[in-house]
Design a protein around this ligand. Structure first.
Ligand code: UD1
Length: 419
């Protein structure tokens, strides 16, 4: 088990290049299964979740090679159609492989992803959408068995909720199909547009990605292609917060500010100086910030649920009451009790976490509860004098490439050790 040791109290300054987005890389890797040839993905982050996705591709019969941040997937010989329980458990979002497997192999067997750290993770929208595309679904014990005896047949699908994963599964499943599929109330997250860009580069006909109506005109086949994964907006937000928390000043390179407007607005409203030319973001922090209106997490373009835990440590520097309401995941706030071990003055009120004024955080020992909650603890440690110990960092390694090295590159003092 990995442990992060962070000696905080230093202003961070310098520049960082932002890694590719995990939430883009995962569905795109699933989509490579549709291409009976090689796909080349640049800027593909080296993360445990991405490794799990590559293991799934290998299990399905693909050959995957990583060279630094470039991954090549050769899906010519893919023929298997079952993902093991172990791999499903390793990465619950492996459900995004469902549409790809059914399209390519005509069938798919996965185990029910069940609950995760953030609460129940139902896949009812994925399943009901695939059924509308002609997929037959059976459940036996904990297995979900899908077949498409007549192939994927285009249809109009209205999602009850704009689920990111369900939108991705439908787009991937419908790309090679008979007829046209229209998704209404589709998720609009930038990672959906990135997936559509990848598929269109390979010969797909996906229109409207990034809006609430996505149209997929089925094609007969896709072709070998290369794609650069878009920058990770949540990782970018994490380092912006690191600078803001320590009163430092950093420049992020290779990020996409247009995808981060709700976040950048928040930093500006509390009093950070934020400048951007679109591809780079500069932030200058202060010692103390002013409260702003309640943050309410919601689907894009609203404030992202994944960035909630990232900005909460900053509440300790906000001189007044500041709150955040979570609307997407039930168990998002498990990290708050760990954050309070640093001396944060936070209270949970149902789906809302409230901070009651600025406090000086003190170094302590804590445990990561989940990916973004874990990142929040590292951020809190950065503004404490002395050494903090953060346990169970495997959660963080699911989504951050070399977080300690990135922090040290901007003047931090973080090390990783195994216990
Ligand atoms: C993706 C992201 C995750 C992010 C989330 C919301 C990836 C790999 N993960 O997760 O980091 O936090 O979007 O932006 O891209 N739901 C149902 N039934 C379903 C599907 C979803 O009830 O069939 C519910 C979920 O329980 C959750 C909400 O809808 O409460 C959002 O889920 P969804 O948008 O599907 O998120 P993911 O794709 O799982």
């Amino acid at each position: 088990m990995g442990v992060f040791k962070v000696k905080g109290g230093k202003k961070l300054s310098g520049s960082l290049t932002i890694q590719g987005a995990k939430n883009s890389a995962l569905p795109i890797l699933a989509a490579t299964l549709l291409i009976k040839d090689k796909s080349v993905l640049h800027n593909c982050p080296d993360l445990t979740d991405v490794s799990a996705a590559l293991k799934i591709l290998v299990m399905l019969g693909c050959v995957c090679v990583r060279d630094d941040n470039t991954v090549i997937v050769d899906a010519r010989d893919a023929a298997n159609f079952e993902i093991s329980k172990e791999l499903m458990r390793e990465m619950r979002s492996s459900v995004v492989f469902l549409g790809a497997m059914i399209s390519r192999m005509g069938r798919a067997v996965i185990t029910n992803p069940g609950g995760c750290e953030l609460g129940p993770r139902p896949i009812d929208l994925h399943i009901s959408s695939l059924k509308q595309l002609g997929v037959l679904v059976e459940e036996a014990d904990d297995k979900i068995i899908c077949t498409a005896p007549k192939g994927i047949i285009g249809s109009e699908i209205r999602l009850d909720f704009p689920s990111v994963g369900a939108t991705e599964n439908i787009i991937i499943a419908a790309c090679i199909s008979k007829g046209t599929t229209v998704i209404k109330n589709a998720a609009k997250e930038p990672e959906i547009s990135d997936l559509a860009d990848f598929l269109n580069r390979a010969g797909g006909k996906v229109k409207g990605a990034g809006s609430s109506v996505v149209t997929i005109e089925g094609v007969n086949r896709l072709y070998s292609t290369e794609h650069r994964v878009l920058p990770d907006r949540i990782v970018a937000a994490t380092y912006l917060c690191a600078a803001a928390l320590t009163g430092g000043e950093i420049r992020l390179k290779d990020c996409n500010a247009v995808n981060m407007m709700s976040l950048l607005d928040f930093f500006t409203q509390i009093g950070c100086m934020v400048k951007s030319n679109g591809k780079e973001i500069c932030i200058r922090g202060k010692e103390i910030y002013r409260p702003t209106k309640q943050i309410i997490t919601d689907v894009y373009p609203a404030f992202p649920t994944d960035a909630g835990p990232i900005v909460v440590p900053l509440f300790s520097k906000i001189g007044g009451v500041q709150s955040i309401k979570e609307t997407i995941f039930q168990n998002r706030f498990r990290y708050i009790s760990e954050l309070n071990k640093f001396g944060a003055n936070m209270r949970l009120e149902g789906d809302t976490a409230v901070s009651f004024g600025a406090v000086k955080l003190k170094a302590t020992e804590v445990k990561c509860t989940d990916l973004r909650g874990g990142a929040a603890l590292v951020l809190a440690a950065l503004c404490c004098e002395g050494e903090s110990i953060i346990n169970d960092i495997h959660h963080i390694e699911r989504g951050y490439c070399n977080m300690h090295k990135c922090l040290n590159a901007i003047g931090g003092n973080a090390t990783i050790s195994e216990v």
